[in-house]
Write a protein that binds this ligand. Structure first.
Ligand SMILES: NC(=O)C1=CN([C@@H]2O[C@H](COP(=O)(O)OP(=O)(O)OC[C@H]3O[C@@H](n4cnc5c(N)ncnc54)[C@H](O)[C@@H]3O)[C@@H](O)[C@H]2O)C=CC1
Ligand SMILES: O=C(O)[C@H](O)CS(=O)(=O)O
Length: 486
């Protein structure tokens, strides 16, 4: 049972124009604990009518929100950040209850989520325009940066807090307002953050949160000409669908989509560091992150040593419910996710793969799967081309630098890649050759609010975090002042 200090954080209604509302048709959806299968909460499930109300609220609120100074907006965002951190433990409990990740990871995600609010509160003060040297003596050239306006955000279940603030932070700092549609599996984290946004004094209508049937809510958002931008984090197929739907109203889109990250270990690597990095990259959130190592390539000379050390650490991982002390891997989000992992394992075995550890469902329950390492992985196996999105590490052997770069880039995805080497020439050659938006060198987890996060190829468009992250919420206006010689 959820034991919260701040019971107001367990919010089960949607947030529209500063009010907590039920579905006008009385619709609800249930949120289940992926570890236990227990019902956590029943939340309002709204549709097109309420989504239209949220759009209208965001449009009305934006007229005054954009007129606040960046400093005024920053003060409110800073207060929101402080409240997120003050309620970190309760927010972490809510997240583990609905998403399943170990409590330590949930705490970490709340800190990561809050960091985007803190970062963009300050970035909003640095949205500089230009005064360009004129082309005519009677004219002056101004470049103004203005907020895009009403923005829609559709977010995934794997990081139920951070994927929201990575969007709401820059949007609000720039003077935009937002309608957020969280994943139906994990709405409680979003709604709890909405409670704290109101407590922070963020005005009604600036943030709206609508939970419900994704395709219905999304269609209402993409069809609306009031909504000037859509930002989406989730799978590539859904991202493509949404991008098409945004074309009719020429919305700006930001897409943070799927990945298929290669993790490369060269024979000059620090093997113990490479094992540590592979553990973090692969098994964080039970492998349910878009930047997880999806394919591990190890050079022939160190292959057996790496596999032995890596598999020993994987086999020693503590599996359990996220609320248990010391648990390193919790459940996956649902049975379908476990089935996909098992499909990749069975496919690999049928094509000559060798299970070194794991390779089967865990007796703890339907949503649990043992952290797995498969050796003798080959490019014809499903996980070479598909994102596993689970605790499965296939280890491929390679001979040369050119061979592994070709294999690493042989995917339509281009989000993250990682490699371990101590040779400076190799580091620059490989970092420049990898076709991904993020490259970790001798590091397995690199996400931070201060650096640009985003993909190449079919992993998405735009960047989140860093000084670049606010650009997607800004329009650039050229103003020509003439007649100044009179
Ligand atoms: N690039 C990145 O930063 C991230 C990418 N992902 C990717 O997302 C996938 C896993 O997350 P999921 O939540 O399962 O992805 P998903 O694409 O199924 O769902 C993401 C969001 O889209 C909504 N959605 C689902 N169907 C929709 C439709 N027809 N129209 C409109 N909205 C719809 C869902 O309700 C959810 O809010 C993986 O492929 C993962 O790589 C996940 C997190 C971060
Ligand atoms: O949803 C995800 O997978 C996140 O973008 C990964 S990270 O930002 O936490 O690295």
């Amino acid at each position: 049972m959820l034991e919260l200090k701040n019971t107001a954080l367990l919010q089960t209604k949607c947030l529209i124009n500063g009010e907590w509302v039920e579905s006008s048709e009385g619709n609800t959806l249930d949120v289940f604990n992926p570890a236990t299968g227990e019902l956590v909460a029943t939340v309002a499930s709204v549709g097109p009518a309420e989504t239209q109300q949220a759009i209208a609220a965001a449009e009305a609120a934006q007229k005054t929100w954009k007129k606040k100074t960046a400093k005024e907006r920053a003060a409110l965002l800073r207060r929101w950040h402080d409240l997120l951190m003050a309620n970190q433990e309760d927010l972490a409990k809510l997240m583990t209850a609905e998403q399943g990740k170990p409590l330590a990871e949930s705490r970490g995600e709340i800190g990561y989520a809050a960091s985007f609010i803190e970062w963009f509160a300050e970035e909003g003060k640095r949205i500089y325009g230009d005064m360009i040297p004129t082309y005519a003596p009677d004219r002056r050239i101004l470049v103004m940066k203005e907020p895009v306006g009403v923005c829609a955000a559709i977010t995934p279940w794997n990081f139920p807090a951070a994927m929201i603030t990575r969007k709401a932070g820059p949007a609000l700092a720039a003077g935009c307002t937002m309608i957020i549609k969280p994943a139906s599996e994990t709405p409680l984290s979003a709604l709890a953050m909405g409670v704290l946004a109101i407590e922070a004094g963020i005005p009604a209508g600036v943030i709206n949160i609508v939970v419900g049937k994704a395709s219905q809510i999304a269609k209402t958002l993409t069809d609306s000409s009031v909504v000037r931008k859509l930002t989406f984090t989730g799978s590539t197929p859904i991202g493509k669908l949404l991008m098409k739907d945004c074309a009719d109203t020429m919305k700006k889109v930001s897409l943070e989509l799927g990945g298929n990250a290669p993790f490369v270990v060269f024979d000059d690597a620090d093997i113990d560091e490479a094992v540590k990095g592979a553990m973090m990259s692969k098994y964080r959130n039970a492998g349910q992150t878009c930047v997880c190592a999806n394919r591990i390539y190890v050079q022939a000379g160190v292959y057996d040593t790496f596999v032995g050390k890596f598999a020993a650490q994987v086999a020693a991982m503590k599996i359990g419910h996220g609320t248990e002390d010391g648990v390193e891997q919790g459940p996956l989000i649902n049975r379908a996710a476990v089935d996909k992992v098992d499909e990749h394992v069975q496919d690999a075995i049928s094509k000559g793969g060798k299970i070194v550890t794991g390779g089967k469902r865990h007796e703890l329950g339907d949503n649990f799967y043992l952290p797995t390492v498969i050796a003798n992985a080959t490019q014809d196996m499903l996980f070479a081309k598909e994102e596993t999105f689970g605790p499965l590490a296939p280890v491929f052997k390679f001979e040369t630098e050119d061979d592994v770069i070709a294999m690493a880039n042989d995917t339509e995805y281009g989000l993250a890649s990682y490699f371990y080497s101590r040779d400076i020439g190799r580091i620059f050659r490989v970092a420049e050759a990898l076709e991904t938006g993020l490259v970790g060198v001798n590091a397995g987890v690199i996400a931070t609010e201060v650096a640009p996060f985003g993909g190449y190829k079919e992993s998405g468009l735009g960047r989140e975090g860093s000084k670049y992250g606010i650009d997607d919420y800004i329009n650039t206006k050229y103003v020509c002042l003439a007649g100044l010689d009179k």
